[in-house]
Structure formats: structure tokens, C-alpha cells
Design a protein around this ligand. Structure first.
Ligand SMILES: [Zn+2]
Length: 439
């Protein structure tokens, strides 16, 4: 199936498709936009100490900015960075210190990186060691016998064209038994999100997105056929509003009551009409995460977890004592609580967005020695009722999974099952947006 394309207003797809004329080029309307199909830089591993390439048989390696130093190496090949020098790639040749390495496959087979195949190329980017919590510093030893130097950390970043990247996103974001229309709608949303990230997050950074749900899940090459097909059938198609590609957020399950980018991410500038919450009569009802709870947490433990979250993020709530009440402070236009007032035993109150309260309740940190709560105790969304008792804090009436901004994946699948086409699905979740070709 090839979708009809043009400047289609997704809210009025049926009547506007014939009026498509000279569509503006959304990519060119943003100052920093790259021309044509962009390459996206996906961070696939943070703070790696070693990396192994198993395929293809030969790979090319060179320091970024120095293609004249390109050398061929046979796989399997393991690389690490020790005392700012790459080991494994350079033999006896002088090694550039603390440089980014470029790795490319020789031939059509994809690189296999730490056991996973990735389209495109790889950059190995030296990074500062992960920050640890400040403690009393001990001077580094001097005059001791030589010992093996620890490997320096580096990030592994996949450079891949958008169209090669997206199948690996859809493969992870949707179930392979879901309907093609859900895949097609998701492909357009994911492409829009990805290109927006390149334009807004990329400049000044060495990556555009993470490979996790912090951005969009991504599993590399080898996506299933439905994902590959949906990307191909929507090639270059993006959601726009006011001639700009929108940050087409989506999440697993909205629970029927979405929220805005401002309340979910503290991004009021993203409160454009297609991303604002609007009433959804039966969205995702009856699906797996539509309702959840109750979840009962120990009051003292949860209090200290919220304090640790505050320390980690430098928020005033790091000074809080033991929680004595949690009251709704702000509700959005649909009645969803989007901020809470948290009061402690000294009667001091702190206001947190509901999304921050959720993250604080789920918080874990190696640096702060805070273990993750058990999986069944985690809050799936920020849409819940909460009550504080003598020993416990109880979350009831939970709805949804994820932030609830933009497209609802389970809801989109339900609409696809009802026979909605991809444009109608997008119209449901991004009202007023257009679908246009970016390249
Ligand atoms: Zn929903």
C-alpha cells in the first residue's frame, strides 16, 4: 500500500487531499535542517569500556577527521581505550590520543557490534567517566608500583540514515501482530520525532537520540517485515504544523486522559495545538495497561527515595522530611492531575509535577546507592490517585503507561482494528497537523 501524500491536513484528510499543491519543504523551513534525507546519530551504549566487532569480515577504521589514516582490519576485533589511546586498532602505528574513531563495514553486510547488527556506521566517542557522588577525596596514589590502567569510557553511536533507522524503531515499539495501519501511523510519527530531534537536540551534541524509550526504542538491523514495509510505504513523510516538523511524541497507553508537553516535560514552547490534550472517548480502554493499581509503598522508604531524586536533580525537595500528605495541586483541562503538593512532617510543602512525582517514586541511582523499586511497585504513569496513611503511601486508580502526550500506541492499534486508515489515526492523535514529505 502506498499512502496518498501531499499537504494533507490530517484532521481533514478526506476533503483536503485534492488541494495538495506545492508543499513547503519542512526540513528547509528550519534554519539548521539538513537537506535531503538526514543521517541520525543514535547512542546505542553509554560508558562502554570495550567493544567487539564480529562482522563483516573486514571493517574500516579511522580517526574522525583523518580519513587518510583509514586502515582495514579483520573481525572479530575488540577495541578499548586505555590512557586516552585506542588499543586493538592501530598495531604499532602512532595512535591518535583521545580521538573519536569511525568504523565502517566493508561491503554490504551490516556491522555486528557487541552481538547486534546495525545499519550504517559507528562512532566510538571518548567521554568523561560517569560522575559519582562527591565524597571525601583521596589523592591519587603516587610512586606506587605500576598497575593495569582502567579502561577509559566511551559512548558507542550509530550513524544511520533515517529510512534505515526507522524499521529498527518500529520493530521495538510495536508488536508484530499489530495492524499495518498502526505501523504506518507510527512510522510517520517516529520519523517526525527523529527529525525534530536532529534539528533541535543534535547541534552541539555528538548524538541526536538514545536507543531507549528515553527517545525511541531501537534495535538496529533485522526488523520484521511489517516494520520494514511501513517505513518504505511512508518514505519521507512527516507531521508538520505551521510548516515545522512537530515533536511527534507518543507513548504506550494514554489511559484515556492525555497531557501536554508542558506538564509532561516542562516544555511550554511545545504546547502547539496538535500536541495539546483533548478528550478521547474510548482510547485504549480495556487494553493491558489501561488501568493498574493499587500499588502500596512504604511511607519512609518512598520519602527518602523522593529526597534522593531531589538530590540527583538539584530540586528543593531534597530537603524534605517524611511525607505526610500528597494533594492534587493542578488539574489539566481534562481533569487529570498534573501537579501535586507534597507535605512533610515539618509541614513544609513542595510542588512537583505529576510526572516528576512518578519519576521520583521510580528513581534509582548507582551513584546515590538507591536500588530500583521492584518492577511491580513502579508507577506506570503519572495518572493516579494517591493517599498517605500511617505507614504507607497507596497509589490507586492508575491509568496508562508512559507520559500520555501525542499518539497512544494501544489506542492506535484499536483504531486500526476498527478499520481506521493511518491518516485518520494520526488525525485522532495530532489534530490539525499535516502530513507532508520532508524529502
Ligand atoms: Zn489511549
Amino acid at each position: 500500500m502506498l499512502l496518498a501524500v501531499g499537504a494533507v491536513v490530517v484532521g481533514q484528510a478526506a476533503c483536503d487531499s485534492s488541494t495538495a499543491t506545492t508543499a513547503p519543504h519542512p526540513l528547509q523551513s528550519r534554519k539548521t535542517a539538513p537537506p535531503g534525507e538526514p543521517v541520525i546519530r543514535v547512542r546505542i551504549e553509554r560508558n562502554a569500556e570495550t567493544v567487539r566487532f564480529d562482522s563483516p569480515a573486514r571493517i574500516q577504521i579511522y580517526p574522525e577527521g583523518h580519513p587518510e589514516l583509514k586502515a582495514l582490519h579483520a573481525t572479530p576485533l575488540t577495541l578499548e581505550l586505555v590512557a586516552a589511546q585506542w588499543r586493538g586498532a592501530w598495531g604499532d602505528s602512532p595512535a591518535p590520543r583521545r580521538t573519536t574513531l569511525v568504523i565502517q563495514p566493508l561491503g554490504p553486510s551490516p556491522l555486528i557490534v557487541n552481538g547486534t547488527a546495525y545499519p550504517g556506521g559507528i562512532r566510538l566517542v571518548p567521554v568523561e567517566p560517569a560522575p559519582t557522588i562527591a565524597t571525601t577525596t583521596t589523592p591519587t596514589s603516587t610512586g606506587d608500583a605500576p598497575r593495569a590502567a582502567p579502561a577509559d569510557p566511551f559512548d558507542i553511536v550509530n550513524h544511520v540514515t533515517i529510512e534505515e533507522y526507522l524499521p529498527g524503531v518500529l520493530d521495538r515499539e510495536l508488536y508484530d501482530h499489530w495492524k499495518p495501519a498502526a505501523f504506518l501511523a507510527q512510522a510517520i510519527a517516529a520519523r517526525s520525532y527523529a527529525i525534530d530531534r536532529i534539528i533541535t537536540h543534535g547541534p552541539g551534541n555528538y548524538y541526536d537520540v538514545e536507543n531507549t524509550q528515553a527517545s525511541q526504542a531501537y534495535g538496529g538491523a533485522g526488523a520484521h517485515a511489517l516494520a520494514v514495509r511501513a517505513v518504505k510505504d511512508t518514505e519521507g513523510m512527516v507531521l508538520t504544523w505551521n510548516d515545522q516538523i512537530i515533536t511527534a511524541y507518543y507513548s504506550s497507553t494514554c489511559g484515556g486522559t492525555p497531557q501536554s508537553p508542558e506538564t509532561a516535560f516542562n516544555r511550554p514552547e511545545q504546547n502547539i495545538p496538535p500536541l495539546m490534550p483533548h478528550h478521547r472517548s474510548t482510547c485504549c480502554e480495556g487494553t493491558r495497561y489501561y488501568s493498574w493499581g493499587p500499588i502500596t509503598r512504604d511511607r519512609a522508604t518512598l520519602s527518602s527515595r523522593v529526597v534522593s531524586w531531589g538530590q540527583y536533580h538539584g530540586k528543593p525537595i531534597k530537603h524534605m522530611g517524611v511525607i505526610t500528605s500528597i494533594q492534587p495541586a493542578v488539574k489539566n483541562e481534562l481533569g487529570r492531575t498534573v501537579a501535586y503538593r507534597v507535605t512533610d512532617h515539618l509541614r513544609k510543602s513542595y510542588t512537583l509535577t505529576a510526572e516528576d512525582l512518578r519519576h521520583a517514586a521510580n528513581f534509582n541511582s548507582d551513584a546515590l546507592k538507591v536500588a530500583a523499586p521492584p518492577r511491580d511497585d513502579r508507577l506506570l504513569s503519572s495518572n493516579f490517585d494517591v493517599a498517605v496513611t500511617d505507614k504507607q503511601i497507596v497509589f490507586t486508580n492508575g491509568h496508562g503507561f508512559g507520559h500520555g502526550v501525542g499518539l497512544c500506541q494501544y489506542g492506535a492499534e484499536q483504531l486500526a482494528e476498527k478499520g481506521y486508515d493511518p491518516m485518520r489515526i494520526l488525525a485522532e492523535y495530532y489534530p490539525g497537523a499535516k502530513v507532508e514529505r520532508a524529502y
